[in-house]
Design a protein around this ligand. Structure first.
Ligand code: ADP
Ligand code: MG
Length: 223
């Protein structure tokens, strides 16, 4: 009933050069408010496909995706963009910052879509916590990988989304920066947020409270 994310029999196949790739098959998933759900699977097991499907960026071949009770693929493109901008934060392995914008503009990039004005104090407080407040007027190319991911995390957190979707967010980070990112995601959940993160590492297990494995057979375990 109160699921933040609900997948019902979601399947996705790709057709490439005449061959058929079944990236996801018959996936069911329920994510409740406050859950830190970690989805694990080998490379090629469909983790990115799953997250893009939840985020409304990749329509499944069959099945339904509900986010905050909305059947996301029943929304128009315009509604989907608005819905995402307000409710869903994303973090990617490769950061996906915009190279020609300063850190400050990267963090506030969603404001144009949401129309929400971020208070300067909130921006400074969040970037201080993440150790990047001195980087606000720099460009992404001037930052280390760890700093880039902390900027991406600030971009996701600043809009106070209901759910954060994270695709191998520690894949390019050292241990110290990985801990900062995972601890921040953990705190976000402790304060009532919800995270769905995919990874092929065992290391993030300790931060999650639900573990889902995908591949041959999807199953959910409470940690
Ligand atoms: P993971 O993130 O777990 O590595 P992906 O979701 O990226 O897995 O991919 C799952 C499978 O789907 C892989 O076999 C991959 O090669 C294939 N795949 C992913 N995206 C595409 C695409 N756009 N076109 C064709 N095949 C794809
Ligand atoms: Mg992937």
């Amino acid at each position: 009933m109160n699921d933040i994310v609900k997948l019902h029999q979601v399947a996705k196949s790709y057709e490439k050069n005449g061959s058929h790739i079944q990236a996801l098959q018959s996936m069911d998933l329920s994510v409740q408010k406050g859950d830190f759900t970690l989805v694990k699977g080998a490379s090629g097991s469909g983790k990115t496909t799953l997250l893009l499907s939840i985020g409304g960026m990749l329509q499944p071949t069959s099945g339904e995706v509900h986010v905050l009770g909305k059947n996301i693929y029943a929304l128009s493109d315009r509604e989907k963009v608005k819905f995402r901008a307000h409710n869903v934060g994303f973090i990617f392995q490769m950061f996906h910052l915009i190279p020609y914008l300063h850190v400050r503009e990267n963090i506030l990039i969603n404001n144009e879509t949401t129309g929400i004005k971020v208070n300067e104090n909130d921006l400074l407080k969040l970037t201080d916590e993440l150790g990047i407040s001195h980087r606000l007027d720099h460009r992404p190319s001037q930052l280390s990988a760890g700093e880039k991911q902390r900027v991406a995390l600030a971009r996701a957190l600043i809009k106070k989304p209901e759910v954060i979707l994270a695709d191998e967010p520690t894949g390019n980070l050292d241990v110290e920066n990985s801990q900062v990112v995972l601890q921040k995601l953990r705190s976000f959940c402790d304060e009532g947020g919800t995270v769905v993160m995919v990874s092929h590492d065992n290391y993030p297990d300790q931060y999650a409270n639900k573990l889902v494995t995908i591949g041959q057979r999807a199953e959910t375990v409470n940690l």
